[in-house]
Design a protein around this ligand. Structure first.
Ligand code: LLP
Length: 423
């Protein structure tokens, strides 16, 4: 069930009318449903538990790293998958147990490694031999020993958008699976490193289970080989990637995903780590925006809204489809009209939807762009000197601003003229 539904003629987030949030906080604004977040977590974790798997869910914070969002998931028992010192700081601030934090990414710096070792995180996912060597050096500085998963690249095409497919041999991620045995041998000889896990992540927004199956089968074979080589492999990190509907796709149910996991790696006796991002956060958020003008051109009607590509870049960057709904509930006999929904930024790419059939829209009314809870606010920029927008979390009949709207004065305060310009 969606936690964004019409009640009394108006779209609500849980029990809160979106017009109330717009009036109090202004637009554009991201609105998240806490119940949608926690329900999604329970569906995902519950499917894994029901399949008899010993699973840990480490939320991929890159999807939405707002403190309140991370806190809501941590309160359900989620750990975190972080990819920078910044995300690690946020995870700790949100109350995530350090032992349940996994540090992923191809380019961790020595400083980030130091920070993570000091925090006592549970696992590093390492993606190259130079990174293994660096981590060993950094661990030695503090006489620490860290748990390491080598992220392998299984050469499987995730059949998703090419910019978010990560498991093909020419992608920058992981170590070719055929070289994994020599890399584990290298890792085992290093001090400060315990290579006791294997990690894989083949891409994002997967709507078909067969690439998962193909990748997990290859990982299972590798675990047998590594054990034969004398390595004690106790953990598998199977990454994230489960897709969501975006109003027009048919992604698999988490229970079918869990069945594939059980079928392919369930008998290895490993603790299984999962890193879902989009599945947990995507449907839990909308971007609420007001129509500034309706511009009727000869061949098109443009609804120009106050949100733009700098606030939500997915349509511009990946031609992503997001459903758009008016906040005022359309009547059953309302005629639809075709609109291009565009933002104010000076680029043609600043388009949220093209020739979308919607009930007749008017300037001043509110619309929402759905499924914007993942890879929305986190990917925002200040392009066109547009300040970062506010974020609001709803629970039941209450809402709370969980990030204030940035203002231009704050943006300018971080800049200055060069020394020689102000003389
Ligand atoms: N683990 C690793 C190592 C990842 O690289 C990612 C996503 C995830 C987990 C989480 O994947 P998810 O469950 O969210 O699919 N900005 C793009 C998506 C980039 C995904 C990057 N990695 C978008 O807006 O579609």
């Amino acid at each position: 069930m969606s936690h964004f539904a019409y009640q009394n003629g108006e779209l609500h987030a849980e029990g809160v009318p979106l017009s109330r949030i717009a009036a109090a906080v202004g637009t554009p604004v991201y609105v998240y449903s806490e119940t949608a977040l926690t329900d999604a977590y329970r569906r995902f974790a519950g499917a894994l538990a029901d399949a008899g798997l010993d699973a840990r869910v480490c939320y991929a914070m890159k999807a939405n790293s707002n403190l309140a969002v991370v806190r809501a998931l941590a309160a359900c028992g989620a750990g975190a998958d972080v990819v920078s010192g910044g995300e690690l700081t946020r995870a700790l601030a949100a109350g995530v147990d350090p032992a349940e934090i996994v540090f992923s990414g191809v380019g961790k710096t020595a400083d980030e490694m130091r920070q993570a070792i000091a925090a006592g995180i549970g696992q590093f996912n390492v993606e190259s031999i130079p990174e293994l060597d660096r981590l060993s050096e950094v661990a030695a500085e503090s006489s620490a020993t860290v748990n390491v998963a080598v992220r392998v690249n299984p050469d499987v095409d995730a059949d998703t958008h090419h910019k978010i497919s990560t498991g093909r041999h020419h992608d920058k991620f992981g170590i070719e699976i055929d070289r994994a045995r020599e890399v584990y041998a290298h890792a085992a000889a290093l001090s400060g490193i315990t290579p006791n896990a294997v990690a894989v992540h083949i891409g994002s927004q997967l709507t078909d289970l067969s690439p998962f199956r193909a990748a997990f089968i290859r990982v299972a074979a590798l675990v047998h080989d590594l054990r034969a080589d004398g390595h004690e492999i106790t953990k598998l990190d199977l990454g994230g990637g489960l897709g969501i509907e975006y109003g027009h796709q048919s992604p698999p149910d988490p229970r079918d995903y869990a069945a594939i996991v059980a079928d392919t790696v369930g008998d290895l006796g490993c603790i299984l780590v999962f890193e879902p991002g989009r599945y947990l956060a995507g449907p839990a958020g909308v971007l609420l925006t007001e129509i500034i003008y309706i511009k009727d051109a000869e061949t098109r009607s443009f609804a120009i809204v106050d949100a733009a590509m700098n606030d939500l870049v997915r349509p511009a960057m990946y031609d992503a489809h997001h459903e758009i709904l008016p906040v005022r509930e359309p009547g059953t006999d309302d005629h639809t009209h075709s609109y291009d929904i565009v933002g104010p930024v000076c680029e043609t790419g600043d388009t949220f939807a093209t020739q979308r059939d919607l009930p007749a829209l008017t300037a001043g009314e509110l619309v929402v762009i759905r499924d914007a809870g993942a890879y929305g606010a986190v990917m925002a920029s200040g392009y066109n000197s547009r300040p970062l927008i506010a974020e609001v979390l709803v629970r039941g009949d209450s809402y709370s601003v969980v990030r204030v709207r940035q203002d231009i004065a704050t943006m300018l305060a971080q800049e200055s003229l060069a020394d020689w310009q102000s003389e």
